[in-house]
Design a protein around this ligand. Structure first.
Ligand code: BGC
Length: 362
């Protein structure tokens, strides 16, 4: 029996009230104040992609507290290190958490760690990335649709240069199953329409490696011979754009992205990046929190998760699958600004004053 449930049962026995027991059994357990309720571990993969620490972490924490005011949250960030995430998962077992929200650094390598956590009777909710092993639930976006949105936007932005146009593909880290889905979706749109002259898989989704790869592509292909860049996320877009600029590529080719990072929105307003894919953080965190709280209380996840996903082990688990949104300069205001992800003030630095006015970001 989990510590917090055990505590609740003892308290109830002392009070001898059946009604109170029913409340604790449902995990309400609020009478013992903060800290005595379920513990939820939130394990994030790295600190290089802005979203995890600036969006997902605070939102998950807030939503968990909203649903369960006596829940406590144990935080960990693996800094892109598989061994560190393994150790963090072991610590979650030792600390006796009641559920884990996991963004796996590397789905396959973390499989034994997921199994160990599940065997300790701790449900694992795979957050954004489909972890391997015996997970209990999953929340994410349709990854192939992300890739299709990026691919379609790139073709649109390339306009007349599509036919015979050469593009460079900056894909994500292959140990992240999402990277494969993004690539697959993008290729389903791009194949046969453009020439993919160079394609890179980028370890750790690293901006620096993307910069290096783009510099290499420019040397190999020549300045002026790249008509478009498929970058799987905004970090890879940042590395690609900085390399294009350092090599004096002018005009810059259209570049895609993902995550609606502040830097990406500024590049979009400045005309240095064509688009980003916005995957609303609020609904994802809400679903992640609801699944984790329900799992920690031993409740069924089917009420929250209407979809299903097949895991690597061939099991089907409850899933929440959300819809990604393509964002260009014309839609920043109606999407990320409207949802309060970033304010116009944050996006529009003094240097972007004129561009922001032109884009209607006032
Ligand atoms: C997420 C992206 C993120 C990338 C790098 C992917 O699994 O879906 O939103 O940009 O990881 O952290």
């Amino acid at each position: 029996m989990k510590a917090w449930v055990r505590g609740a049962v003892i308290a109830v026995t002392a009070a001898s009230t059946v009604a109170a027991f029913a409340a604790c059994g449902q995990g309400a357990g609020n009478d013992s104040g903060g800290g005595s309720g379920p513990k939820i571990g939130v394990l994030l993969p790295d600190a290089t992609t802005a979203r995890w620490e600036t969006q997902d972490r605070p939102l998950l924490e807030r939503k968990i507290k909203e649903l369960c005011d006596d829940c406590t949250v144990e935080n960990a960030n693996a800094k892109g290190d598989v061994a560190l995430q393994q150790a963090q998962m072991n610590s979650m077992i030792t600390e006796g958490v009641d559920a884990v929200v996991l963004v796996a650094v590397d789905a396959r390598s973390l499989r034994p760690a997921v199994r160990k956590v599940a065997e300790a009777d701790i449900p694992v909710i795979a957050y954004d990335r489909l972890a391997q092993g015996p997970i209990s639930g999953y929340v994410s976006f349709d990854g192939e649709e992300v890739g299709r949105l990026q691919g379609r936007a790139l073709l649109k932005a390339m306009g007349d240069t599509v036919s015979g146009g050469r593009i460079v593909m900056m894909n994500g880290d292959p140990s992240d199953p999402n990277a494969m889905s993004f690539k697959k979706g993008a290729l389903s749109v791009l194949d046969g329409k453009v020439e993919i002259t160079k394609a890179y898989d980028t370890r750790d989704w690293s901006t620096e490696i993307a910069h290096m790869n783009m510099s290499g592509a420019i040397s190999a292909l020549g300045v002026g011979n790249i008509q478009g860049v498929y970058a799987a996320n905004d970090g890879l877009a940042a590395g690609s754009v900085s390399a294009l600029k350092a090599n004096k590529v002018n005009p810059l080719p259209p570049v895609t992205g993902q995550d609606a990072e502040l830097g990406a929105l500024r590049r979009i307003v400045a005309g240095e990046q064509y688009m980003t894919v916005y995957k609303p953080f609020g609904p994802e965190a809400s679903a992640g929190a609801a699944l984790a709280v329900a799992a920690a209380r031993g409740e069924s996840l089917d009420r929250i998760a209407k979809d299903k996903v097949r895991t690597s082990s061939g099991n089907t688990v409850p899933a929440v699958l959300l819809t990604p949104v393509s964002v260009t300069v014309d839609t920043i205001k109606d999407t990320v600004v409207k949802d309060g992800v970033h304010t116009i003030q944050q996006i529009c630095t003094p240097q972007l004053d004129a561009a922001c006015t032109k884009a209607g970001l006032t």
